[in-house]
Design a protein around this ligand. Structure first.
Ligand SMILES: *Cc1c(COP(=O)(O)O)cnc(C)c1O
Length: 434
């Protein structure tokens, strides 16, 4: 982008200057519409999500045996929904601003197998691929007990195939662990942001890890090229995959069941506000899609990004989607929120979801570290920096709530990762909070 183009862009889109200045900012989406209006843009339906639910149910007997940590939920990979009242008081004190309503946390940070939101989409996509291969080869039928995929003959079958993915860390962890367990050969292309312990853990599972000194976009591109040279290789495309998106979307109905079990009401008088950390967009996009299908117009979704990586805000706000990167504006895409260190948003998710999202905001790394420390002190919950991005949501968007409904609102912070961070690494995070 040359200087004239940049000046023009700033004139048409005043918020671009805020993004370039790396200021924490908020943007309410004027295209936000009802579910009826927004749904056709997604190109996927409730039927597709139902199909994903059914596929995960078929795999549950396999997962329960292959990953004993999923036994308590009988092979269903799901996280807890909990209130965090002490954190709510702490946020009110620190920011000198009340949070009307109830503050809840969705603990995807503690999902089994890989300890992040990627245990939804990433694992789902590998399972869908494995199922397709095995059925086509006559090794499996949908009425079988899928735990037969643990048999040596199934493992031998999958070992003829390989899987590749580019990642900032957590997607690679999810895909690497499940692929290796099924018997696939798997290669993870890791961006420079990826934490050392994630790479070490993957290697201990027999995953090939290729490291890059560049960012996520480059790791994905190199992964795509390498996979293209090998006809037996399936490349998991985090920037465009519908299957990843559907794996995340399953969260909507599951959350609705948890609300109902806890006696929590969501309706016109009891709106639900959900704050989702956003990297390339598949995770929060898929979850938001599922939430919209489950709760309709009573749920309001906001995406949160680091000030150094506001790719989705930039893409949706300017309408340029994946046609622009933050680097084009001179923003460096360097952040402690490694799970969100993405410079160019998914073109699919932005276009699919732009009519169903209420807004976007950015936060700087220090804010993430501060909230990480407060949550540890108040609730004894330990998350990675990326996973705190949603925590600023209630106060960032508070003024938007209809005054008569404000006390009955539920604010749900989607905690996206951190459950497997080693203690020494966590101590370093905690030391950075104020
Ligand atoms: C990947 C990730 C996200 C965001 O998901 P995207 O699909 O990249 O938008 C959020 N938090 C954590 C911890 C992640 O690993």
């Amino acid at each position: 982008m040359n200087a004239t183009e940049l000046t023009e862009l700033k004139q048409r889109f005043p918020l671009v200057a805020e993004l370039i200045a790396l200021r924490e900012t908020r943007w309410l989406n004027p295209k936000s519409s009802s579910l009826a209006v927004g749904l056709p843009y997604v190109g996927l339906t409730a039927e597709d999500v139902k199909d994903a639910h059914a596929r995960l149910a078929r795999f549950a007997p396999y997962l329960e045996k292959a990953f004993p940590e999923t036994a308590p939920t009988h092979g269903i990979i799901e996280s807890e929904l909990i209130p965090i009242p002490a954190m709510q008081r702490r946020l009110e004190q620190e920011y000198g601003q009340p949070i009307a309503g109830t503050l809840l946390l969705k603990k995807d940070s503690h999902l089994p197998i890989s300890g992040s939101i990627k245990a939804r989409g990433g694992i789902y996509e590998v399972l869908a691929h494995a199922e397709k291969l095995a059925i086509e080869a006559g090794l499996l039928s949908v009425s079988d007990d899928y735990s037969r995929l643990l048999l040596p003959e199934a493992q031998r079958f999958f070992s003829q195939y390989s899987i590749a993915v580019g990642s900032t860390g957590n997607l690679g962890m999810s895909i690497g662990i499940i692929s290796a367990r099924l018997g696939f050969r798997v290669t993870v292309h890791m961006s420079a942001d990826a934490r050392e312990w994630k790479k070490a853990k993957l290697r201990s599972h027999g995953v090939e890890v290729i490291e890059y000194t560049e960012d996520y976009g480059v790791a994905v591109e190199q992964g795509r090229i390498a996979a293209g040279r090998d006809p037996s290789c399936f490349f998991i495309d985090d920037e465009n995959s519908r299957n990843l998106f559907l794996g995340y979307a399953v969260a909507g109905e599951r959350l609705k069941a948890q609300f109902s079990d806890q006696g929590r009401v969501v309706d016109a008088d009891h709106p639900l506000y959900v704050y989702l950390p956003c990297g390339v967009g598949g995770g929060p996009g898929g979850v938001a899609f599922g939430l919209k299908l489950a709760f309709g117009d009573h749920v309001h979704c906001f995406f949160a990004e680091p000030t150094h990586s506001p790719c989705m805000l930039l893409g949706v706000y300017t309408g340029l989607h994946d046609g622009i990167s933050v680097q084009k504006l001179g923003i460096d895409n360097i952040t402690a929120a490694d799970g969100l260190a993405v410079g160019r948003a998914s073109g699919f998710v932005g276009r699919a979801m732009e009519h169903l999202l209420d807004g976007f905001y950015t936060l700087d790394d220090q804010t993430l570290y501060d909230m990480l420390g407060w949550l540890a002190q108040e609730e004894h919950l330990f998350l990675e920096p990326s996973a705190l991005a949603g925590m600023a949501g209630p106060q960032r968007t508070g003024a938007l709530l209809a005054p008569e409904k404000i006390c009955q609102a539920t604010h749900l912070v989607w905690a996206t990762g951190g459950g497997m961070v080693p203690e020494a690494e966590m101590a370093q995070y905690l030391a950075k909070g104020r």
